[in-house]
Design a protein around this ligand. Structure first.
Ligand SMILES: Cc1cc2nc3c(=O)[nH]c(=O)nc-3n(C[C@H](O)[C@H](O)[C@H](O)COP(=O)(O)O)c2cc1C
Length: 176
């Protein structure tokens, strides 16, 4: 099976987004590599600064070894988490630095998925747009968003965690 890079940005490493990621990893097995952005150092994007100063490039290196990239985030104020957004902003490095531009172009063709959690009934309209458009910008293939609803922010029920299993089965079926 092809590698899967899972990138999670949540304000807590044992919360609902983390539970979805854990379920995904269980279902995908050894081919899934998880990057918890809250445990890594990913500096804010800075204009004219594209040096290798933190963990950003190691995440990109794994993305380049993967056929599937899954972004996992809670809904915070109708958007992706700020932690994940910082990572998205840093993708700009892949457009400027001459060596990084090769990485940026090499992302083409990879599948991009989203798994999210919030307390509202469904994802806010347009929530998936930054994922779909960013994927398209890098010539990656936008696939699908999955959403697990938490009642009043409580831990996700087994029924809701099934969204992660659904996503894992789609990825697994594709690579079989
Ligand atoms: C700062 C903050 C903002 C939130 N904003 C929303 C929101 O706009 N829509 C929503 O459905 N849930 C919202 N929630 C609820 C969380 O998305 C939900 O509890 C989620 O399961 C938490 O995942 P986590 O444990 O990974 O942080 C918010 C929670 C927090 C802490």
């Amino acid at each position: 099976m092809n590698n899967v890079t899972i990138i999670i940005g949540s304000a807590r490493s044992d919360g609902n987004a983390a539970k979805l990621v854990e379920r995904l990893r269980e279902n995908l097995g050894e081919h899934a590599k998880v990057f918890d952005l809250s445990k890594l150092i990913i500096e804010q994007f800075e204009y004219e600064r594209y040096d290798d100063r933190d963990d950003f490039r190691s995440v990109v290196a794994m993305m380049l070894q993967s056929q599937h990239i899954v972004f996992a985030t809670p809904v915070y104020w109708y958007s992706m988490s700020a932690t994940l957004k910082v990572f998205f902003d840093r993708l700009t490095d892949l457009l400027h630095d001459p060596i990084d531009r090769i990485s940026g172009r090499s992302l083409a063709g990879r599948n991009v998925w989203l798994i999210s959690t919030g307390t509202d009934e469904g994802l806010p309209p347009g929530f998936d747009v930054p994922f779909a458009r960013t994927a398209a910008y890098f010539d990656m293939v936008w696939r699908q968003a999955f959403y697990a609803r938490s009642i009043r922010g409580e831990p996700l029920s087994p029924g809701n965690l099934a969204e992660a299993s659904k996503l894992a089965s789609l990825i697994t079926a594709e690579d079989a």
